[in-house]
Design a protein around this ligand. Structure first.
Ligand SMILES: [Zn+2]
Length: 230
């Protein structure tokens, strides 16, 4: 017969153990608090160093404003810009000026109500149709608080060619700075209405994400640190 020996702690040992547990708990809490505050301090220093860069010079613009008319340029003030909406013309091979003429012609044809602040052509040219202080008719319920950019495209896929794409990156980067936005505020027409616009960048989510990264990179490379009050 075996006698099970119980390992009994003495009163003194119990006290010692309890003390050690309390010290361990306090030390753990202390360590977490320290890490937390050091982390915050480091984050503050980093954010202080990473001042916001802003692209201050617009890319070359061909300003060809539409006549004020209720079908394409209502002349209504755009009170606050909260976003930039990217579109495609859905008309392969058409030029920026052809699309601009279509918008202008709506004042006579009354076919529909449509327009865009900017149209970027196949050679990268940027035609401005509406001042950024006014609304355009491009993005449905977001017409009242967004700037719209239509992009021309060579074929049915809706992919932008390199010239159009590069101008879109620089124009978007400039508008982000002008209206104190970020790439989080750059959206597709699709994100508002689920319309397949701009088609290629709805069908290829990775291409859209890459575009936003390219805009961020452009700002870092071409922007200047924005000083307070400027
Ligand atoms: Zn659209």
């Amino acid at each position: 017969m075996t006698v099970k020996r119980k390992h009994k702690l003495t009163k003194k040992q119990k006290k010692q153990l309890l003390l050690e547990i309390v010290i361990l708990i306090l030390a753990t809490i202390g360590a977490f608090t320290l890490v937390f505050w050091i982390g915050r301090g480091v984050a503050g220093v980093i954010s202080g160093r990473q001042e916001k860069k802003v692209v201050q010079t617009p890319p070359p613009l061909d300003v060809e404003l539409l006549s004020i008319n209720k079908y394409s340029r209502p002349g209504v003030a755009l009170e606050k810009v909260n976003g930039i909406v990217i579109h495609y013309t859905a008309n392969p091979g058409s030029t920026a000026m052809q699309n601009r003429s279509y918008f202008e012609g709506l004042k006579d044809s009354h076919e529909t109500m449509a327009s865009s602040h900017f149209i970027i052509g196949l050679d990268g040219e940027i035609v401005q149709c509406i001042p950024t202080a006014e609304i355009s008719y491009a993005s449905n319920e977001r017409n009242a608080d967004t700037i719209s950019i239509e992009c021309c495209h060579p074929d049915e896929t809706g992919a932008f060619n390199e010239a159009t794409y590069d101008s879109l990156v620089s124009l978007t980067a400039y508008l982000i700075g002008k209206f104190d936005l970020s790439t989080e505020d750059v959206i597709r027409h699709y994100d508002i209405t689920q319309k397949m616009c701009p088609r290629y960048y709805v069908e290829h989510e990775d291409a859209w994400e890459e575009f936003l990264s390219d805009v961020d990179r452009y700002i870092q490379e071409n922007g200047a640190v924005k000083k307070d009050g400027t």
